[in-house]
Design a protein around this ligand. Sequence first.
Ligand code: BGC
Length: 767
Amino acid sequence: MKHLLFRLHLFLMGMLVATATSYAQKSPDAMNRFIDDLMKKMTLDEKIGQLNLPVTGQITTGQAKSSDVAKRIRAGEVGGLFNLKGVERIREVQKQAVEESRLGIPLLFGMDVVHGYETIFPIPLGLSCTWNMQAIEESAHIAAIEASADGICWTFSPMVDVCRDPRWGRISEGNGEDPFLGAAIARSMIRGYQGKNMSRNDEIMACVKHFALYGASEAGRDYNTVDMSRQRMFNEYMLPYQAAVEEGVSSVMASFNEIDGIPATGNEWLLTDVLRKQWGFDGFVVTDYTGITEMTAHGMGDTQTVAALALNAGVDMDMVSDAFSSTLKKSLKEGIVSMETIDVACRRILEAKYKLGLFENPYKYCDKARARKQIFTKEHRAVARKTASESLVLLKNENNLLPLAKKGTVAVIGPLANSRSNMPGTWSVAAVLNNAPSLVEGLKEVVGKQVEILTAKGCNLMSDNEYEKRATMFGRTLHRDNRTDQQLLDEALAIAAKSDVIVAALGESSEMSGESSCRTNLEMTDTQRFLLQELLKTGKPVVLVLFTGRPLVLTWEQQHVPAILNVWFGGSEAALAIGDVLFGDVNPSGKLTATFPKNVGQIPLFYAHKNTGRPLAQGEWFQKFRSNYLDVDNEPLYPFGYGLSYTTFSYSDIHLDKTSITGKEELTATVTVTNTGTKDGAEVIQLYIRDLVGSTTRPVKELKGFEKIFLKAGKSKEVSFKITSELLKFYNYTMEYVTEPGEFEVMIGGNSRDVKKTGFRLEPLIP
Ligand code: BGC
């Protein structure tokens, strides 16, 4: 009875708080009072319970009550759950928490909604190649609408780890190599997910991850050590996380890697000094999957020790490892953790629930009618198709082989030509795998009866059967073909002979990139390279449609294949988007956000590198005693920012309205961009700056602005960028964030290599 009355009290209080002031942001006092009151009633076990985030496993609808996790929920041992799909199931589980636990505290329901829910957008690396912040924000907003319609209130996204090593499979989940672009994307994603303040039931809580520096894992091997100077950290890697915090992200996920010898999950400097004290983060920190107990393998001590280390460092929620629930009580008795620290963590979780409006209405995200109406809709799919087409990067187009005419016969050949499950790409947890058309199906839909589309597999993904199994997991099978290599090839050559053009659908299967999918050889697999050679021998024009989750080594392909269209993994509408671009309904405008190396030995290779004391001039190659290799030059195959169009653009010289600035003055750099070709198209104009002399060495160029414009054939447009001393700041040797007067080079162009240049001075401020 007491327990029922209390729940009623809680409910009424929630109603009052909610109706008077809907969100915590508007009235932090009301939130604090509510949580103070609630926490007074909580036992130690219940407080520790809030700090747990178990994974659900399979809970079938109608069985939630008897599931193991439900028992824990009823006992108040759970703060949230993740990766449970389906509004009815979520509603049932929420009911357990709200109606069957002593205090009726609602649960958080999280999921890795990384690039869409059921309507899947391109993998983040592909999405970043759109350089279209509005489209990126909209993709996150649509993901939020769909996820929230299905009961989810929290996504483990955006992933903003800067990465300069394409051996790392998770480069596919981030925004490439650049911190400035990464920060802009982080902001757009958070706005898309959280909306203004998570007040609406189609706005969800974001979680920026993986804090921090996970993309710099040594040797591109997942979960590996990270070690770098503080200058590099703050000048090159931290910006996107910080931008996410500034944009109001409500949760942060600690990364698996160590930093300065202490795993991020137990790193107080990182999680408290930087995140909270320097950046002012006021949400909660969740670990990554079993991040706490993994600290034992890192060599940080037994479960009790590492759990205390994590809590004391600033972790609030334990994903999966059950280290908090199994040890914190004991640690409290032994004085290893304090009641205050447990209270602070518990409060932060409750605050998140409050801000989401779950105390007001625990079923805010459990509207079955919405699930039926708002998931995988025609409208969402149309947006995803358009966005996917903007993410494709045209790497080569000899003699304007593309776009293809909508006539004749096209042979679509390759192990990736006719697979549906391979299209959405890694981390598409909620995708209904066979909902999306395969490439062949999509192309047929785009061309209708105008073009005859023939298809053959041509080869298996690779000759090594065991490797293929490792690379096609989680239902993303490619159905290994048991015919002999010769039989597969003969079939392909036979249809090629009947066709005008060959589209070779090759590259990575979707699970060849993503978590725990690192590779040391980034060339086309053996069987696919052989197939490509044989297709080229036919003398028919060959277009390589390249599926990949990372920059691959395409040196051979660049030499031999006339046209290469990099399509990443474009999501549920990818096949249609590829058809739109191949047949010219859409002019490609994607620009690379990660450098493509000439070989793996050049890695890490990125545009914003330092000059060294013995640089090579651009375009130069081998000089004894310079910083270079004997066997390959220093240039990438395709630089950061690169991508072709079916039209061409020219850039005027840069016009500066002043040649020097001081203090808060601002300078405007302007170029006129002209569409010099015959087709309408979009171009991404990129501004780079070089600080020529510094108190520490500075990169040869850094992205400091960009704008995507659309230009009709023959038309010109002026594009201007404002440059202020704020844009020129960096962390110096003593870690102060400073601008240093002196000479700066300004570069503007359509990629990081081909730029117009001029310069200006930043004059010292005379007091
Ligand atoms: C990944 C995270 C993910 C989590 C939950 C981990 O293995 O590193 O990115 O959010 O699992 O699925």
